[in-house]
Design a protein around this ligand. Structure first.
Ligand code: ADP
Ligand code: MG
Length: 242
């Protein structure tokens, strides 16, 4: 896959994929909790960043904001230069479907649909044209090294294969951003390594990746590490050379 193919429609290469300004998230409680303190962050197109922090530090809260599953209590979030705070719920849902691919620890595949059908369902929900869906789904399965398993059921697959199907599903709509929440959390170390190698390849093809993890080895693979502790972010590591 070429870098050009991963470019989403309408997004300028120089516009950061993620731009947060003073974004924070509180939960009313009781007792009230500040899960994320006001933060500024930019993630450029093509970056591969990891977010690492202990349990309860605010990682999931952060992912939910970035993934448009939740709204900040204040501050702004621009995705591909689009001010997401100004959008209706319907527009946010459409933006999420078009621009963000999700990979979760527990795969979230339908066990009795084939790998190909699982990938194609993401296209159905995204409302993409019916023609060409199967071809696009086969292409992303090839890309994750599972072209030969397209007709297999996830219930008959290994954990590593399931996670690669989940990555294929996340890629099929050509997102701007791949958001991964503990993607290796359910995998043994050899299988986790294979998934990290896949992330490396995707990064090489120009995709923007943000991987949330509590595993230092997984985090160290990324070009940039963002540490989160008690709801406060501290960015370390250089932005990717472009
Ligand atoms: P992590 O994913 O790093 O384990 P979370 O983002 O889930 O951390 O949680 C960060 C903090 O916010 C924790 O103190 C947690 O209890 C609190 N929190 C998360 N979600 C809610 C919620 N819906 N209501 C109240 N408190 C929450
Ligand atoms: Mg969490």
């Amino acid at each position: 896959m070429s870098g050009a193919e991963t470019d989403p429609a309408g997004a300028d290469r120089d516009t950061p994929v993620i731009r947060l300004r003073g974004a924070f998230r509180t939960f009313p409680g009781p007792p009230p909790v500040t899960a994320l303190h006001p933060l500024d962050l930019e993630v450029a197109r093509g970056e591969y960043a990891a977010v690492i922090g202990p349990s309860g530090s605010g990682k999931s809260t952060f992912l939910n904001l970035l993934g448009l599953l939740d709204r900040p209590s204040g501050g702004t979030y621009e995705l591909d230069g689009i001010d997401t705070g100004a959008l209706s719920e319907a527009r946010r849902t459409a933006l999420r479907g078009r621009r963000i691919g999700f990979v979760f620890q527990s795969f979230h595949l339908l066990p009795y649909r084939t790998a190909l059908e699982n990938v194609m369902l993401a296209q159905v929900y995204n409302g993409s044209a019916r023609a060409g869906r199967a071809e696009a789904a086969r292409r992303v399965l090839d890309q994750v090294g599972l072209g030969h398993r397209a007709e297999a059921l996830p219930s008959r697959m290994s954990g590593g294969e399931r996670q690669r199907v989940a990555v294929a599903r996340a890629l099929v709509n050509r997102p701007s951003l791949l958001l991964c929440d503990e993607p290796t959390g359910n995998l043994d170390s050899a299988t986790a390594l294979r998934v990290m190698e896949l992330f490396e390849e995707l990064h090489g093809s120009g995709l923007t990746l943000l991987v949330i993890t509590h595993d230092r080895e997984v985090a160290e693979r990324a070009r940039r590490t963002i540490t989160i502790r008690d709801g406060r972010l501290s960015a370390t590591g250089a932005a990717v050379e472009r």
